[in-house]
Design a protein around this ligand. Structure first.
Ligand SMILES: [Zn+2]
Length: 376
């Protein structure tokens, strides 16, 4: 890689525009392995979750952070991690991310993760909150709201929940998919579907998967005028992959375009080319490759190159989507720096870009696009 570009990428304090907290308790070998796969099932007998791009990346790149040689075997790795203790491990990986800020999704399994302030302290960077729409709605239902109260009360509950937040997030991809109609649903229609939905649940608050209600939440989010992050592409087995293709959002994106509220397509793999297209044609659409770059490991360069075929340089953002294991935050930053550096260096070598432009692009994608978008 071009030496100065390498330096620039190494030195950029990244804005991790979507991540989660980390586990700060001792982990069993099985718990650690569950953190490096999207599968809910154990690997076949005689193999481990380390048998993957991500597992190999942990051995290659994370082992030295814990004072082990590169490619340390899984037993040594997990043993060393336990000996150092979760706090020391988290501090090492998070400080080495080199972050200027982290934006944290506070709506998923938060009870088992460190809080916002502690995460920021571990990383040495301010942590700001991203609020999940579905979590706010489910909270109202748990507190006893009926259909009319839910619909009437959601906007103010969202305003309250997002007082200090920088963005909201939707997991509609998990709850029925991204085929979201363009029109704003009428309140009477939403009340009617919520009544039917709540009737199914009985004593327990039912899972929020009604497409009309999900669409209502998204329109309320647009009214709130904070950037809306949407899960797109792969994830855990709760997801039906083909329904998470971001190009399914086209009608909705078209409908909200005049309102000018930014939409950020998260993760996107293997639909990162679709997301890049949407980011090019819709002025309000941004994208990242969080989760993906850590998981594809040595393939990260290809994914970044394919994304930058169409994504404008002012639309791509950095995130790790790290969850639970601080290794994921660290590998997200590492793969991002490696991959973007390699792609840009190649373009400089081919005389498609001059070095100064490549450096500017690296700064835009690594931090400045996020600063502009979230007004950090
Ligand atoms: Zn996430």
């Amino acid at each position: 890689m071009d030496a100065s570009l390498d330096d620039v990428l190494g030195e950029i304090a990244l804005v991790d525009q979507h991540c989660h907290g980390v586990w700060n308790q001792p982990l069993t070998r099985a718990a650690f392995e569950s953190g490096i796969t999207e599968s809910a099932d154990p690997p076949p007998a005689g193999t481990t979750a380390f048998d993957s791009q991500l597992g190999a990346s942990v051995r290659r790149w994370c082992a030295p952070v814990l004072d082990l040689p590169p490619h340390a075997n899984p037993d040594e790795y997990v043993e060393r991690r336990a000996r150092l203790g979760a706090d020391e491990v988290n501090r090492r990986f998070l400080t080495q991310c080199g972050l200027a800020a982290m934006l944290v999704d506070s709506g998923f399994r938060t009870g088992e993760l460190v809080g916002l302030r502690e995460l920021g302290d571990l990383a040495g960077a301010p942590a700001r909150e991203i609020v999940r729409l579905e979590t706010v709605a489910e909270g109202l239902v748990s507190a006893g709201a009926g259909p009319a109260e839910l619909v009437a009360g959601f906007p103010s509950a969202l305003a309250e929940a997002t007082r200090d937040a920088v963005a909201v997030k939707s997991i509609a991809a998990y709850r029925g998919g991204l085929d979201i109609a363009g029109e704003r649903p009428a309140e009477s229609e939403v009340v009617a579907v919520v009544a039917r939905w709540l009737a199914v649940g009985g004593e327990v608050a039912p899972r929020l998967d009604n497409p009309v209600l999900l669409r209502f939440l998204l329109w309320c989010a647009v009214d709130r005028r904070l950037p809306v992050q949407l899960h797109c592409g792969f994830g855990d087995p709760d997801l039906t992959l083909y329904r998470s293709d971001p190009s399914r959002l086209t009608d909705f994106l078209r409908a909200i375009q005049p309102l000018g509220v930014p939409v950020v397509l998260l993760h996107n793999y293997p639909y990162h080319r679709q997301a890049a297209y949407l980011a090019q044609v819709f002025p309000q659409v941004y994208l990242d490759l969080g989760l993906a770059l850590g998981y594809v490991g040595a393939g990260a360069k290809t994914v970044v190159a394919e994304t930058l075929e169409l994504a404008p340089y002012h639309k791509l953002l950095y995130s790790s989507d790290g969850f639970g294991l601080a290794e994921l935050h660290y590998l997200g930053a590492l793969r991002f720096r490696q991959a973007l550096g390699a792609v840009l260096a190649h373009q400089v070598a081919e005389e498609e870009l001059v070095a100064a432009d490549a450096e500017r692009i690296a700064r835009l994608v690594g931090a400045d696009n996020a600063r502009r978008l979230y007004r950090l």
